[in-house]
Design a protein around this ligand. Sequence first.
Ligand code: BGC
Length: 767
Amino acid sequence: MTDPLHPTADPAWVMAEDGFDPRREADIEARFAIGNGLLGVRAARAASRGPLWATPMRHLHPTASPRSYVAGLFDSPDIEPPVPVLMSAPDWLRLIIRLDGQTLRLDPAGLLVHHRRLDLRRGLLIVEWRQRDANGVIARLRTLRLVSQAERAIGLQWAELAIEQDGIAVTVEAVFDPAATGLEILRATPDLGLWRSGLSGRQLAIAGDATLTRDGIALPAARGPLLWSWSWTSQAGQIVRIERLMAAMRGDQADPSAAAQAALAGASARGGGEVLAAHQAAWATRWASADIEIEGDPEAQRALRFAAYHLVAAANPDDPHVSIGARALTGDGYLGHVFWDTEIYLLPFYTIAWPEAARALLLYRFHTLDGARAKAAAKGWRGALYAWESTDTGYETTPESVIGPAGVPVEVLSGKLEQHISADVAYAVWQYWRATGDAAFLCQAGAEILLETARFWVSRAVPEADGRRHIRNVIGPDEYHEGIDDNAFTNLMARWNIERGIEVAALLRARWPEHWTRLAIDAAELAEWQAAAAAIVTGQDETGLFEQFTGYHALEDIDLAAFPGRTAPMDVVLPRDRVHASQIIKQADVVALLALLPDAVPPTVQALNFHHYAPRCAHDSSLSHTMHALAAARLGDPATALRHFRASAAIDMDDRPGRSTEGVHIASLGGLWQVAMLGFAGLSLGETLAFTPRLPPEWTAMRLRTHWHGRTLHARITHDTLTVTLEYGAAMSVLVNGRPHDLAPGVPRRLSLRGSGKTAGRQGVLF
Ligand code: BGC
């Protein structure tokens, strides 16, 4: 049997980090985090972790920021402004090692060996070190940790400890450290802890069990509440083994203690070996759908695996009441809040690779519709205006002000004005429906979201004296320009949303009249929707160029090429007010529109807009590059697309300290996967499934799998051929470069990509 503490042999499946650099520690903790959509744990060392102080941003910070998270565990602590925060949960991995009474502390000078391996394939973290203490005693520790993909409440830690000298008095404590969680303890028994968030009243129960064996014999433990302490005298090189299991349950109304204890009892009865095996099997299932294989570009391959790993780790198909925050469960950034990132950047991954997770994420938006309705109503609008930042209730949670760089409060307007989120949610609902044909979801949840968001836009886009409908005083994706009128992105997405509202209303009426009746849309209202969609201002001139918003073209045109090698955001490099009054764009805006609605304008007009806006974009958001990559790939420029792809991959993968400290940029990671699938493979999952491949020159082949309407397909794409196999499901037809081909179950079809007119036929393009 292979040693479970050995990572997967193939380096293409392993993220490796050797040595210990205090300046990068917090980044590595985020990048090497483990997760299963319910639980997330940063990769802080389990034992002898510090504190060791570092000054990454001129402030003194502990080097390590160990954090465990439980999705949906929000509270509003005593902070100003009082916005809900994703609480951190007790740290269930902590080991305290004492050698001759001295606690082994993290001392980089004493670290002889330090390896960390994030095993992407198996979904777990392996850490190995050899460390000398102040007295010259050397300890060796190997650990493995996972949160189960097979049973989300369960976490497992294995540790092997050896002391290299004889006769040392060794004590190991396995503790559940509640430090810095901000949770109130309700109950602490030897095997169970119960905590409560102060204001929201959510409960968290953690049940735990730990054993230490030496020569196969369990050592008795001294016990405290969720504390095990073992002592023995060392024999040089002798390995002791620790196995710790835990079960964590969130209770929104009821006390989850009994459920946590039952889950733990089940896992303990099966034992760590079986927990590990089930976890690995579940990851293997996920990878079968999520993996994209690239030939010819190992760097892109690593980036895509890393991206898919974190995407799988972020989602929970079993909980339709939580969504994914901007840093997933890997750090405190953005307080765990959910943005448009989820629907626009992440959903394509889940819709294609894991439809059950996509469904749960969209149901979260269904369950938070009341918050969205309340936000619209408060301003006198109809329908649903989703929160720009959302937590568990769906009510707006964007802080209204923050302390700015000058030390004074700065008003945050995005919570009030960044309204495209409503169309973004509708967009993801429609994508999911078109790609899956999940009628139950559409009837019970999706249609209501589409109709309520359409209703919002009709009331929001007000007819004016010029006979057109305008959407004034918004923020588009480019947050450098606030309080603007007729943002092309917002207006076109709003129009698209209203059109989908009309379409879904017709669909309900024809196929599911009981839902048509239930959702009460009448003919007069639909007629108003038609008129509204036709009258919304687009900001396009006679050449087809969009004006990003009214007055944009008249702003100062600052040449970004004059700032090569810049690492700070433009509104730090130059005075903020000047940047905000210029044409510099924070992130893809019109370009995002091209990426999301490729059918809205013809390819030549797309190119015109891309070349106008790309040079003006500062890419000061991690959400920017992948939209450029997607648009460029669709324009038939895979080299430019690959440049943007690599720039996005670098955000969480390069060595610059401070990049991922507050968590991985999950939207950038979702964007990377999307660029490969929707851009380079040219997949679209509309009513017909279609491929229009445009591989970058460096990529010699790519292999992928997709789900579509209950079927599973596999494709291998080279520059010359596409071989597609319908692996599961009924016969169907697929469009390749616009030409239809029939697929029979299990029969591979090898199709030539040469001379078939690559720009022909965008039929079926949805996203
Ligand atoms: C971006 C937003 C994004 C948010 C969370 C901001 O900096 O401008 O588009 O939703 O970060 O990732």
